[in-house]
Design a protein around this ligand. Structure first.
Ligand code: ADP
Ligand code: MG
Length: 297
C-alpha cells in the first residue's frame, strides 16, 4: 500500500535514500522538465513557478491523490514524488512505446489509421477517464501529448504486439472534484486551448469538459486537424483576464463535418459530434455513458 506521506517533505535530520531523497536537478527553475533514463521518467517542477501561479497546493494534492489512486491499465502510475526546497520530482514508469502520435506512426506506417484502431484507442481513453472521474479527479488537460503507449509482445495479435494507451500529466488536475457533481466554477482557465471545452474559458470544468477534450483527440485522429483553427483562439495573452470571448467565438464558428472520413464513418461522426457539443449538458453524462455509444458496437 502506498503511504499517504508519499509527497515527501525532506527535512534536515532525515537520512533518506541517497538516490531519490536528495535528487539533484541539472535544470534551472522552469515550468517543467521531463528526464527519461532506462525504465523511469522523472518530471521536475519548479516551486517558484507553481507559487507564482498559486498552483502549489493543488499540485501537491493532485500528486498525493495520484500516488494513492487504485491502479487502472489506462493510467500510468506514479512511483514517488519527492521535493527539495526548489523543486518537486515526480517519478514514474517510462512508457516504452513513447507518445501516442509517435506510436501511431509506427503502428500505421502508411499513414492510414483504420477505424478499428481509432475505436480501440477511444475505448481505452474513455475507460481511463471514467476511472479518474470515479475517483474524484478531473484531468483538465486531456490531449494527445498527455497520452503515452506501452507496447508488449503478444504473439496472437496482428503484428505480434499489443499496444495500450496510458494517461499522464496530472499537473492541472482537480483532485477535489466530487464524482458526478456538476462542474466547478472558478475564474481561471487552465489547459491547452485547442483541446479545451468552450465553457472552460469561463472557468467551468466538469466531466463533460474532459469528454470534450477526448472529442478533440477523436476529431484529430479522424481528420488530421483540430476542430477549430488556431486563429480562433488568437494569442491567449491578448484577452488579458477575460477569456470568455473565446467561448463566444466557439459558439459562432461551427465545427466543419464535411471531410470524407465522416461520410464513410457516420456513426463515428455522430459520436464525435456528441462529445464536441457546445453545450456541456448535451454531451454524454459521463465517460461510462459515452462508451455505450452505438459506434463501439
Ligand atoms: N512516463 C512517461 N513515459 C513516456 N513518455 C513520457 C512519460 N512522461 C512524459 N513523457 C513524455 O514527455 C512529454 C512531457 O511530459 P508531461 O508530463 O506531459 O509534461 P508537461 O507538463 O511538460 O506537459 C509527454 O508529452 C510525453 O511525450
Ligand atoms: Mg503534458
Amino acid at each position: 500500500m502506498v503511504k499517504l506521506s508519499c509527497v515527501h517533505q525532506k527535512n534536515e535530520d532525515e537520512p533518506g535514500s541517497p538516490s531519490l531523497q536528495e535528487p539533484r536537478s541539472p535544470f534551472s527553475a522552469s515550468k517543467s522538465k521531463v528526464a527519461a533514463r532506462g525504465t523511469h521518467v522523472m518530471k521536475i517542477k519548479s516551486k517558484v513557478e507553481l507559487r507564482k501561479n498559486f498552483e502549489e497546493d493543488q499540485f501537491r494534492k493532485a500528486n498525493l491523490k495520484m500516488l494513492n489512486l487504485p491502479p487502472h491499465v489506462g493510467i500510468l502510475p506514479l512511483y514517488e514524488v519527492l521535493e527539495d526546497d526548489a523543486h518537486y520530482f515526480v517519478v514514474m514508469e517510462k512508457a516504452n512505446g513513447g507518445s501516442l502520435l509517435s506510436s501511431l506512426v509506427e503502428e500505421c506506417p502508411d499513414g492510414v489509421m483504420p477505424e478499428l484502431v481509432v475505436k480501440r484507442l477511444m475505448r481505452e481513453i474513455l475507460s481511463a477517464i471514467a476511472h479518474l472521474h470515479q475517483q474524484g479527479i478531473l484531468h483538465k488537460d486531456i490531449k494527445a501529448d498527455n497520452l503515452v503507449v506501452e507496447v508488449n509482445d503478444e504473439p496472437t495479435s496482428p503484428g505480434g504486439k499489443i499496444r495500450t494507451v496510458k494517461l499522464i500529466d496530472f499537473d492541472l488536475s482537480d483532485p477535489d472534484w466530487v464524482p458526478d457533481s456538476p462542474g466547478t466554477h472558478g475564474h481561471n482557465w487552465a489547459g491547452t486551448k485547442q483541446n479545451s471545452a468552450p465553457e472552460t474559458f469561463q472557468g467551468t470544468f466538469s466531466q463533460q469538459s474532459d469528454l470534450y477534450s477526448a472529442g478533440t483527440i477523436l476529431y484529430l485522429l479522424m481528420t488530421g486537424r483540430w476542430p477549430h483553427n488556431d486563429d480562433l483562439f488568437g494569442d491567449i495573452e491578448e484577452f488579458d483576464e477575460d477569456l470568455s470571448e473565446i467561448s463566444q467565438r466557439m459558439l459562432r464558428v461551427n465545427i466543419t463535418w464535411n471531410d470524407s472520413c465522416w461520410k464513410h464513418h457516420p456513426s463515428c461522426q455522430d459520436f464525435c459530434k456528441w462529445l464536441l457539443d457546445f453545450d456541456p449538458e448535451k454531451r454524454p453524462a459521463s465517460a461510462v455513458v459515452a462508451a455505450r455509444h452505438e459506434w463501439f458496437g
